[in-house]
Ligand binder design. Structure first.
Ligand code: HEC
Ligand code: HEC
Length: 156
């Protein structure tokens, strides 16, 4: 599960209050940040006058062009600050996911439901255009979360 959550396709959006999206795991090196000085601002949808969806257009067409801004059928934006886990260890992520105070109030079943249904997560597992992706699938990750919850959500 940590391998998926901590994959750059996911962590590039799950960043903290710097509000700067990541470009890790592309061609710019491990800790690369988004070019063009893009800032998500407090809204997380982009600075006034330049929302993320200016370039990351809202469209369900497949992502086929390498180096183009990825798009999905929902307005592109960063995850809320409370859901930041970029740069975290697997054990810190584990402690975060089982504590609703650190997940925007969502319990594990709700998180699993999000994994199953979110357009962001679907894109992360199948980003297209030659981008790397975590192994498995949203359905498999959701099932793993439910199995983990059923086992008492241990954090070894
Ligand atoms: C384009 C940015 C973006 C990407 C990429 C992204 N997310 Fe998110 N994520 C969000 C946003 C925004 C939310 C807040 C909920 C919403 O608006 O759907 C969120 C919420 C979440 C949540 C919390 C769900 C809840 O119930 O509160 C989890 C867990 C999550 N994402 C996991 C992932 C995983 C795993 C990946 C990679 C496979 C991923 N995300 C990729 C933007 C992103
Ligand atoms: C001026 C155009 C532009 C704006 C505005 C913009 N982006 Fe991007 N973004 C791009 C381009 C182009 C890429 C692809 C870079 C590459 O693959 O070389 C990209 C890539 C990304 C990635 C990396 C995706 C991956 O494969 O991991 C994330 C995350 C991202 N943008 C988030 C955002 C967020 C959040 C906003 C708003 C705060 C935003 N972007 C605003 C052009 C833009």
């Amino acid at each position: 599960m940590a391998e998926a959550f901590l994959h750059p396709r996911c962590t590039n959006c799950h960043v903290g209050d710097s509000g700067v999206p990541g470009w890790a795991g592309l061609i710019y090196g491990a800790g690369a940040v988004h070019g063009m000085n893009v800032q998500a601002g407090e809204s997380r949808i982009g600075a006034e006058g330049l929302p993320c969806r200016t370039c990351h257009v809202t469209s369900d067409a497949p992502n086929t062009v390498p180096r183009a801004a990825p798009h999905i059928e929902e307005p592109w934006q960063l995850a809320p600050v409370t859901l930041a886990w970029q740069g975290q260890s697997a054990s810190a992520l584990c402690a975060q996911l089982r504590d609703p105070a650190q997940t925007d109030g969502q319990d594990i079943a709700e998180i699993a439901d999000h994994i199953r249904t979110s357009a962001f997560v679907a894109w992360g597992f199948a980003p297209g255009a030659g981008r790397s992706a975590p192994g498995g699938s949203p359905a498999r990750l959701a099932q793993d979360l439910m199995d983990w919850e059923a086992a008492g959500a241990p954090c070894p």
